[in-house]
Design a protein around this ligand. Structure first.
Ligand SMILES: *[C@@H]1O[C@H](CO)[C@@H](O)[C@H](O)[C@H]1NC(C)=O
Ligand SMILES: *[C@@H]1O[C@H](CO)[C@@H](O)[C@H](O)[C@H]1NC(C)=O
Ligand SMILES: *[C@@H]1O[C@H](CO)[C@@H](O)[C@H](O)[C@H]1NC(C)=O
Length: 191
């Protein structure tokens, strides 16, 4: 009996070490991976083209003003006005053309002396293989420049690890209502 006791002790000690190691592994904070292990193959460049419908007026606006400063309405640059949007994205310029997704998020007039919008938007695609994938834009939209460039800072689904840029160009704007159709050319690197 006295001789078997040390043996039990060493078995228990070994089990203790193994369980500590397993526990340490399950609580591991970070680890290195190969990109293949998550199914990422070669990085590719994709061009996406669509039209963005910014509807402020009428019974079914897709833009709602949610905040402003007491001075926003008298500011020549609307400084402080903040809106939440859920704008339709279509393949062609007509609002009735094929729907490819929606632009959802926030924009705010953040230029004290020039008309600029902080754009914090997600483009949620619903078309074909991109259905359910998103791209995130975070940029400065200089409203009176003919072409506005904004960074693509990320994405989800087929656009995981996305980065790139969007070029926005006003296609048409109704001067009385402010409703606008904006053409987007997006260039994005992703896997
Ligand atoms: C600013 O103008 C908007 C739209 O005309 C109006 O709804 C809002 O009440 C005005 N805000 C202030 C602080 O005057
Ligand atoms: C996109 O995916 C959703 C959810 O899976 C589905 O209900 C919808 O019909 C799809 N749309 C298109 C255009 O394939
Ligand atoms: C602008 O909008 C108004 C009100 O909906 C409409 O009557 C007018 O025809 C529009 N103008 C243009 C150029 O589309």
């Amino acid at each position: 009996m006295n001789q078997t006791l040390p043996k039990y002790k060493s078995i228990i000690f070994t089990l203790f070490i193994i369980s500590s190691l397993l526990q340490a592994q399950s609580h591991q904070f970070s680890r290195k991976l190969s990109s293949k292990s998550l199914g990422f193959k070669k990085e590719k460049l994709t061009h996406i083209h669509f039209y963005f419908h910014d509807i402020i007026s009428g019974d079914h606006p897709t833009v709602v003003r949610v905040a402003e400063a007491p001075t926003s309405n008298t500011s020549s640059t609307f400084f402080g006005i903040t809106a939440v949007i859920d704008d339709l994205l279509t393949a062609g310029p007509e609002p009735t053309s094929k729907v490819v997704g929606r632009a959802q998020g926030i924009y705010a007039f953040d230029g004290l002396n020039d008309a600029r919008l902080l754009m914090a938007l997600n483009y949620v695609f619903t078309e074909g293989k991109y259905n359910g994938s998103t791209l995130s834009i975070l940029g400065s939209n200089a409203l009176f420049s003919p072409v506005r460039e904004m960074p693509i800072v990320g994405g989800s689904g087929l656009f995981r690890f996305a980065r790139g840029y969007a070029l926005a160009k006003t296609y048409s704007r109704n001067a009385s209502t402010g409703d606008a159709i904006v053409e987007y050319n997006v260039y994005v690197l992703h896997y």
